[in-house]
Design a protein around this ligand. Structure first.
Ligand code: ADP
Ligand code: MG
Length: 626
C-alpha cells in the first residue's frame, strides 16, 4: 500500500469546521468519546470472537491504555479491540453514512454554544471531537483476523487525511492526539484520572494510565471501577452512580428523570437498569435515531441499540438488559423474533408505563414537562401498541379551553370535571393551539362553561382512530355534525327557536347555498356560534384530515369533501345580508357579501381564503361603501 491523500466527504468537512472553529465549551468530552470507541471496539472483538476463534487467536486480555507524553505534547488512547482495515478506516473516519446528517449539522450550528459537544456523541460522530483539542490526529490500527495489514490514518482536520502502512504489530487501535496550543491540561495525570472517574468509570474493561510516553503497565491499578451497576442490589447503588452511568450511556448532560432498576426472577430471569431522560435528545425524530437499550447475556456485551427490546415509541428509554436465558452466540436478527426477548419486552414495557403513571400521580409538574418533550412519541404508541392502549390513554395530556392554552390536562381530569348533563368528551383538532382557541366553534362551549380539549399536535389526528372513547364517553369533534348543548328543556326550547328562525331565513340560506354550490354542502343556522357570524362544519362521518393526507401520500384518489356553512342569525352581519336580500336578491353587492362570508369562515379557522386577491378586493369594496 502506498501513501495516499484523500479528501473528507462534504458532511465531514462541515462537521470538522464546526468542531474546530465553533465549539469551545466542554472540550473534555473528547476523552469520553475516544474511550467509548475503544470500549465498543473491544465489545465487538469479544462478541465476534465467540463465533470466530481466529479473531481472538492471541487470547487477548482486554484493556484500554492512555499514555500522556509531555515532551512530545501527545495523548494516546489505545485498545486491543477489533481494529480497522484500510477500507474500514476510510469508511468510518472519512464519511458519515447516516441519514439525518444535514439536520444534525444544522442543529449543531444553531446550538454551537453550551451543549453542542454532547450532540456529537449522541449522533454517533464522537471521534471527530478529538479535533477540539488536537490539531493533528493519528490513528494506527491493525484489524483482528488473519492476513491483515496495519494502517495509519492521519489528519489535521482541514479537509484532507492520509492513509499509509503502519508499523503497529498488535491487533487493535491507537489514537494519538497532537494537542493544540494551550491544551496541555490533557497531559496531566490528575486531569485524566478525574475525567475517567467522571465519565468512564463504568467502562467494562480496565483503563490504565502511563505518563512520560512510557508503556502502560498491565499490573498497575485501573482508573475505573468497572463494576456493572445493574448486577448490584438497588440499595447498594448511590444516586450519583446511577446518574454517571446514565450520562455514560446517553451522552446526556443532565441526570435522568427516573431510574428503574430491577431483577426479574422465576420463569424468566433477567436484570434491567432503565433510565427515563428529562429532556428529549435532539434526534428523537430523526430517521437514524438510536434506540436506547444495550443487551448483555450473562454480563457479556451483545449489542447496543437493541430495537427488539422495546417498541419504537419507547426509544427514549436508555439502559441495559442482562439476560441469563439467551444463548451467548445470538445474532441481532435471531433476536428480533425470539420468544424470550418478546417476554422481556412485554415486561419492560409494563415497567416503563407504570413508572410514567406513578410519575404522573406523584409529580404532576415534572410529568407535564416530560410530556411536553415526549408526548408525541407516546402518542405513536397509542397508534401501534393496542395491547397497552388503556395504559397509554391514561398517560396522555392535552391543552384545553379551560386551561387557557398554557396547562395540560389528562382525559381523567377532563372526565371528572364534566357536568352531569355532559355525556361526550368535546375536542377540536386544529393545526395550532392559537387557531383552536380562537376558533368560532368554541364560542357556545365557552359560554356554557363546557371544556373542550384541543388536539393541535400534528400527530393527534392519527391517534383519533384509536382514541374514540374514554371511560364510557365518546370523543366528539365540535366542528363536525350538528351540536345541541344544554339540558333537555333548553334543547327543546332552542329547537323551537331554530325552526322559527329557519322559516324566516330559509330563502336567504337557499340563496347562499346556491351561490356557494362549489364550496359548501349545506347552509344552516348555527347552534354553536355566539360572537362570530359564521363557521364551517364537517360531516359527522367525514374523514379526518390525517386520513386524507395519508390517502394523498399513498396516491389514492381523494374524495372532495365539502363542509357545511353555519351562520349565526344573531350576528349583525347576517342581519345585513338579510336586508340586502330583502331589497334585491339579485344585487352584485349581496353576491359579493356571500362570497366574503365563506372566506371569512376560512380565515377564522386559520385557513387561507380561496383567492386572497379576490378576497381583499371584495373586502376593500365593502369597507369603502358608505
Ligand atoms: P460511533 O462510535 O457512534 O459509531 P464515532 O465517530 O465515535 O461514532 O466512531 C466512528 C466509527 O469509527 C465507529 O463506529 C467505529 O467503526 C470506528 N472506530 C472509532 N474508534 C475505533 C476504535 N478505537 N477501534 C475500532 N474502530 C473504531
Ligand atoms: Mg463513538
Amino acid at each position: 500500500m502506498n501513501k495516499k491523500t484523500l479528501t473528507f466527504k462534504a458532511e465531514v468537512r462541515e462537521l470538522l469546521d464546526l468542531v474546530v472553529h465553533s465549539l469551545y465549551s466542554k472540550k473534555e468530552i473528547f476523552l469520553r468519546e475516544l474511550i467509548s470507541n475503544a470500549s465498543d471496539a473491544i465489545d465487538r472483538a469479544q462478541y465476534e470472537g465467540l463465533t470466530d476463534k481466529r479473531l481472538v487467536a492471541d487470547s487477548p486480555v482486554w484493556e484500554i491504555g492512555i499514555v500522556a507524553d509531555k515532551k512530545a505534547r501527545t495523548l494516546t488512547i489505545g485498545d486491543n479491540g477489533i481494529g480497522m482495515s484500510a477500507d474500514e478506516i476510510e469508511a468510518n473516519l472519512g464519511t458519515i453514512a447516516r441519514s439525518g446528517t444535514q439536520t444534525f449539522l444544522e442543529t449543531l450550528k444553531a446550538q454551537a454554544g453550551s451543549n453542542a459537544p454532547e450532540m456529537i456523541g449522541q449522533f454517533g460522530v464522537g471521534f471527530y471531537s478529538a479535533f477540539m483539542v488536537a490539531d493533528r490526529v493519528v490513528v494506527d490500527s491493525l484489524r483482528r483476523g488473519e492476513g491483515q495489514q496495519a494502517v495509519r490514518w492521519s489528519s489535521d482536520g482541514e479537509g484532507r487525511y492520509t492513509l499509509e502502512p503502519s508499523d503497529r504489530t498488535v491487533p487493535g487501535t491507537a489514537i494519538t492526539l497532537h494537542l493544540r496550543k494551550e491544551q496541555d491540561e490533557w497531559l496531566e495525570e490528575w486531569e485524566i484520572k478525574s475525567l475517567v472517574k467522571r465519565y468512564s468509570n463504568f467502562i467494562a474493561y480496565p483503563i490504565r494510565f502511563a505518563a512520560d510516553g512510557k508503556d502502560v503497565d498491565p499490573k498497575s491499578a485501573p482508573l475505573n471501577t468497572m463494576r456493572a451497576l445493574w448486577r448490584r442490589a438497588r440499595n447498594e447503588v448511590k444516586e450519583e452512580e446511577y446518574a454517571e452511568f446514565y450520562k455514560h450511556l446517553s451522552h446526556d448532560l443532565n441526570a435522568p428523570l427516573r431510574t428503574i432498576h430491577f431483577s426479574a426472577e422465576g420463569q424468566l430471569e433477567f436484570r434491567a437498569l432503565l433510565f427515563l431522560p428529562e429532556k428529549p435528545p435532539f434526534d428523537l425524530f430523526l430517521p437514524d435515531r438510536k434506540h436506547g437499550l444495550h443487551l448483555y447475556v450473562r454480563n457479556v456485551f451483545i449489542g447496543a441499540d437493541f430495537e427488539a427490546l422495546l417498541p419504537e415509541y419507547l426509544r427514549f428509554v436508555k439502559g441495559v438488559v442482562d439476560s441469563s436465558d439467551l444463548p451467548l452466540n445470538v445474532s441481532r436478527e435471531m433476536l428480533q423474533d425470539d420468544a424470550v426477548i418478546r417476554k422481556i419486552r412485554a415486561n419492560l414495557v409494563g415497567r416503563v408505563l407504570s413508572e410514567l403513571e406513578s410519575l404522573k400521580r406523584d409529580r404532576v409538574e415534572a410529568y407535564t414537562d416530560f410530556f411536553r418533550g415526549f408526548g408525541r412519541v407516546l402518542k405513536e404508541g397509542l397508534h401501534f401498541d393496542h395491547e397497552n392502549g388503556a395504559k397509554l390513554k391514561e398517560l396522555l395530556l392535552f391543552p384545553s379551553e379551560r386551561t387557557a392554552g398554557s396547562g395540560l390536562i389528562s382525559l381523567r381530569q377532563y372526565r371528572d370535571a364534566m357536568p352531569s348533563t355532559q355525556t361526550e368528551i368535546y375536542y377540536l383538532t386544529s393545526d395550532s393551539l392559537e387557531n383552536a382557541r380562537q376558533s368560532p366553534q368554541v364560542e357556545a362551549f365557552r359560554r356554557r362553561n363546557l371544556d373542550v380539549l384541543f388536539f393541535a399536535d400534528p400527530v393527534d389526528e392519527w391517534i383519533l382512530d384509536t382514541l374514540d372513547e374514554y371511560d364510557g364517553c365518546k370523543l366528539r369533534a365540535i366542528d363536525r355534525g350538528e351540536i345541541e348543548l344544554g339540558n333537555d328543556e333548553e334543547k327543546a326550547e332552542s329547537k323551537k327557536q331554530r325552526e322559527a328562525d329557519d322559516k324566516q331565513y330559509r330563502p336567504l340560506l337557499d340563496l347562499i347555498r346556491a351561490k356557494l354550490a362549489d364550496d359548501v354542502k349545506e347552509v344552516r343556522l348555527s347552534t354553536r356560534l355566539t360572537d362570530s357570524p359564521c363557521c364551517l362544519v364537517a360531516d359527522e362521518h367525514a374523514m379526518n384530515p390525517g386520513m386524507l393526507r395519508m390517502m394523498r401520500a399513498m396516491g389514492q384518489p381523494v374524495p372532495k369533501q365539502l363542509r357545511s356553512l353555519e351562520v349565526n342569525p344573531a350576528h349583525p352581519l347576517i342581519a345585513r345580508l338579510r336586508k340586502l336580500f330583502d331589497a334585491d336578491r339579485e344585487s352584485a353587492q349581496l353576491a359579493e357579501c356571500v362570497s366574503l362570508l365563506f372566506d371569512l369562515a376560512l380565515v377564522a379557522e386559520g385557513s387561507q381564503p380561496r383567492d386572497p386577491r379576490a378576497f381583499t378586493q371584495a373586502l376593500t369594496n365593502q369597507l369603502a361603501k358608505e
